[in-house]
Design a protein around this ligand. Structure first.
Ligand code: NOJ
Length: 552
């Protein structure tokens, strides 16, 4: 049986503001992405996901949309967007847009109308609660509809004087949630989905898809002792997010959305969801995977660099996402720490991490710049463009450092480091929208293209091997037992072809007995296979061709 293209593809995430500035205004744009498509194509990724570039006041850099079928002028025009789709397809690649269905910008005409009066035709398009108070009544008298907290902390209810009511915002106050219990809203949003599918996009990454529905009865969320939300459990700020996340209607909606998209062919639907594996799996639908086609599992963003950690992760992932489901392997994005930052900025560790990501059973999703080891910048909260750190300005910075949290997302969104010239070749502007990371003269794509063993070239080679070897794209997956501590190994099989992957997470060389297999890739120059023995350098790794799957 063949598996759909979106279960065997490789995804490269572009943050458009930071990728390439073609017109010298300091902001990346769509024509800039088009100019750099050959870079991504030659690197070997097959699908591109682009963070939003639609019309927006940019209060949350594009995740606050004011028109879903128009392009923000700093990024280009509709013509540029259509050309981008076309240019991607000409190269045999696919393109996925970012669909923010849960909320609009406060500037969206729908919200303006909804807010204007309780009698407006779109009065019920957003989530409004609370009985109207006589005009002019002081803030002390108002009572929030219930105890619900937003994902970013603090109440998500915001008062609008025009209606004397509160509207609900799951994320930030300028991102009001749409009311999907109103069939008109659902249809309007599905029409936007149809609009872009009609233009040829190959699917969508779905922003905070798990908050689309909230409890119909608006019941209070229960208390919990949990302070900070974690990847496997989004509850936090002393509240269990029982009625604000992962409602049964959201799982049903995933299937409805899939149904709409299926009319346009095989489309990729990648959900940004949160919760443990059992919960996020529900977004994929029934046993035949009739819901979203893929979901992120953000537990991986908190990875520990250890063979045992990855062994357990893979074991668990395989348990919850067996065929016909396909897991996604992701280690960073525009909201979280750069992966190499978590690895003490050690490119050898980054090579090993990405070798795992590109050979394990799953769709790899890599954030721009990871391929050259771009790392976190450090900026003060007070001057952040990202709205989140402004919410936490009262807390000392070291609290977040200890918790290992990137609160100021500007730090992971710095412009792409193309070369060692001014502005890293990203822009000819006097000032770029965010400062460059100070290390760009040493860490950039041009320099790494020329260095045979660079992180960039390692990733290029691994992507090439993956494209050539069907076991790596769509083969079964079996963890190997009885390997020395510190070594992770797995076998991938498709038809008669068997591929073995060995990864040494330990800092020192490890030698062990291993049946004769043919080595097709080694990570470190010193990795070696002699007769029935394997020598893996500290942080080394090998891909081997085997005649049979290992017995254990
Ligand atoms: C998740 C996105 O990844 C993030 O960047 C954005 O701020 C929020 N959703 C709100 O849309």
């Amino acid at each position: 049986m063949t598996i759909p293209w979106h279960h065997k593809t490789t995804i490269y995430q572009i943050y458009p503001r930071s990728f390439y500035d073609s017109n010298g205004d300091g902001i990346g744009d769509i024509p800039g992405i088009i100019q750099k498509l050959d870079y991504i194509h030659e690197l070997g990724f097959e699908t591109i996901w682009i963070s939003p570039f639609f019309a927006s006041p940019q209060a949350d850099t594009g995740y606050d949309i004011s028109d879903y079928t128009d392009i923000a002028p700093e990024y280009g025009t509709m013509c540029d967007a259509l050309q981008l789709i076309d240019e991607v397809h000409k190269r045999g690649m696919r393109i996925v847009f970012d669909m923010v269905m849960n909320h609009t910008s406060i500037e969206h005409p729908w919200f303006k109308e909804s807010r204007s009066s309780r009698g407006s035709p779109k009065a019920d398009w957003y989530i409004w609660r609370g009985s109207p108070l006589p005009m002019g009544e002081g803030p002390g008298v108002r009572v929030k509809p219930n105890n619900w907290q937003s994902i970013t902390g603090g109440s998500g209810w915001h008062y609008a004087r025009e209606r004397g009511q509160y509207f609900w915002a799951s994320f930030l106050p300028f991102q009001p949630d749409l009311n999907y219990r109103n069939p008109e809203v659902k249809e309007a949003m599905l029409n936007i989905v149809r609009f872009w599918l009609g233009k040829g996009v190959d699917g969508f990454r779905l922003d905070i898809f798990n908050v689309i529905y909230k409890d119909a009865e608006f019941r209070d969320n229960p208390f919990t002792f949990k302070l900070m939300p974690t990847e496997d459990d989004p509850s936090g700020f002393f509240q269990e997010a029982k009625y604000t996340l992962n409602q049964p209607e959201s799982f049903t909606f995933a299937r409805e959305l899939r149904n709409v998209c299926d009319k346009f062919g095989e489309k990729l639907l990648l959900g940004e969801v949160s919760g443990n594996k059992q919960i996020i799996r529900k977004f994929l639908g029934k046993e035949n995977n009739d819901g979203l086609t893929l979901v992120f599992d953000f537990e991986m963003l908190g990875f520990k660099f250890a063979a045992e950690y990855f062994r357990e992760l893979i074991r668990n992932t395989e348990k919850h996402f067996p065929d016909p489901f396909m897991p996604v392997y992701v280690f960073s994005n525009h909201d979280r720490r750069r992966s190499i930052h978590r690895l003490g900025n050690d490119p050898r560790k980054a090579k090993l991490l990405h070798m795992l990501q590109l050979t394990v059973r799953g769709v790899p999703c890599m954030y721009y710049g990871e391929e050259i080891g771009m790392t976190n910048a450090r900026f003060p909260f007070a001057t952040a463009l990202d709205p989140i750190p402004h919410k936490f300005k009262f807390l000392p910075r070291f609290v977040f450092d200890i918790l290992g949290l990137t609160i100021n997302r500007d730090e992971v969104r710095t412009p792409m480091q193309w070369d060692g010239t001014r502005n890293a070749g990203f822009s000819s502007a006097e000032k770029t929208w965010l400062p460059l990371h100070g290390n760009y003269r040493g860490v950039n794509a041009e320099k790494q293209s020329d260095a045979k063993d660079s992180l960039l070239n390692t990733i290029r080679t691994l992507l090439k091997i993956r494209r050539e070897k069907r076991p790596l794209q769509e083969g079964s997956m079996k963890l190997m037992d009885n390997l020395p501590a510190g070594v992770l190994g797995y076998a991938r099989k498709f038809g008669d072809e068997n591929i073995l992957v060995l990864l040494n997470f330990a800092g020192q060389e490890i030698e062990f007995q291993f049946e004769n297999q043919e080595c097709i890739f080694k990570l470190s120059q010193r990795d070696e296979r002699k007769e029935n023995t394997i020598y893996l350098d500290g942080l080394g790794g090998m891909i081997l061709k085997a005649n049979a799957m290992p017995k254990k």
